[in-house]
Ligand binder design. Structure first.
Ligand SMILES: [Zn+2]
Ligand SMILES: [Zn+2]
Length: 243
């Protein structure tokens, strides 16, 4: 059977038959999760904040103030994550990022694509907004050997046909953000991102910033600020998971 894979990949599949990364069941296609396991990962469904994408429990009708972002004005219009924070999804993200299991980028990108069920993202598909992965600093990318946001963006691009645009670079290396408050994160990130090149003359109607996890939003906001200043029109954010 022709699989469209290179001979090396076919040999690797034979040596290490693909198994579901959660339950260990054998897989026949080039996926990292079996269907039931992928289905079980909790998605963000309504109600959620229409600015930061935070998922809320219960029934909410009408507008409400999101406790996570009502005092913040972001440089992007809205952020949408596909998945709720769960141990299983976070584990996949960590295995990609820190375990260097680079093949998980494709699966996480496919999960991120679930967010396109949000009608507000339909315009990005119609108008072919470029996907802009949040960059890593060159030295960190050399340590890690890849950028997880780029891997996820590549997979989203394969699924949707949207182009990937490596518009941004990290001008200086920043401290790891995990233990910092929102205010500390903002200070830590100030001026961290730069344009790699000017925006094209025919600026696309919008850009879709891509990252693995949206936590406080300070990283993507700093990226959106740079794009906004350079003359970008609409800017939205797409991440696999809401942290
Ligand atoms: Zn499974
Ligand atoms: Zn919010």
């Amino acid at each position: 059977m022709r699989t469209g894979k290179t001979p090396l990949l076919e040999v690797l599949d034979w040596l290490y038959p693909p198994i579901c990364e959660i339950c260990g069941l054998g897989l026949s296609e080039g996926k990292a999760l079996c269907e039931p396991c992928a289905e079980r990962l909790p998605r963000i469904v309504t109600p959620f904040c229409d600015v930061c994408g935070e998922h809320f429990q219960g029934l909410i009708d009408g507008p409400f103030d999101c406790p996570n972002c009502n005092e913040i004005s972001f440089h992007f219009e809205f952020a949408r994550s596909a998945m709720v924070r769960s141990d299983a999804t976070l584990n996949l993200v960590h295995r990609l990022k820190y375990g260097k299991e680079i093949h998980l980028g494709a699966e996480l990108g496919r999960l991120a694509c679930l967010a396109f069920s949000d009608r507000r993202l339909a315009v990005a598909l119609e108008e072919k907004w470029p996907l802009v992965p949040v960059p890593l600093h060159r030295s960190r990318q050399m340590e890690r050997q890849f950028n997880q946001a780029e891997e996820i963006a590549r997979s989203i691009s394969i699924e949707t046909g949207l182009p990937v645009s490596h518009l941004l670079k990290r001008g200086r290396r920043t401290e790891t953000q995990t233990r910092l408050s929102r205010k500390q994160r903002m200070e830590n990130l100030r001026g961290a991102f730069k344009l790699r090149e000017p925006l094209p003359e025919n600026v696309p109607p919008g850009y879709l910033l891509v990252d693995d996890v949206f936590t406080t939003g300070s990283t993507v906001d700093e990226c959106a600020k740079v794009l906004r200043k350079a003359g970008a029109g609409r800017i939205a954010v797409l991440t696999v998971m809401r942290g």
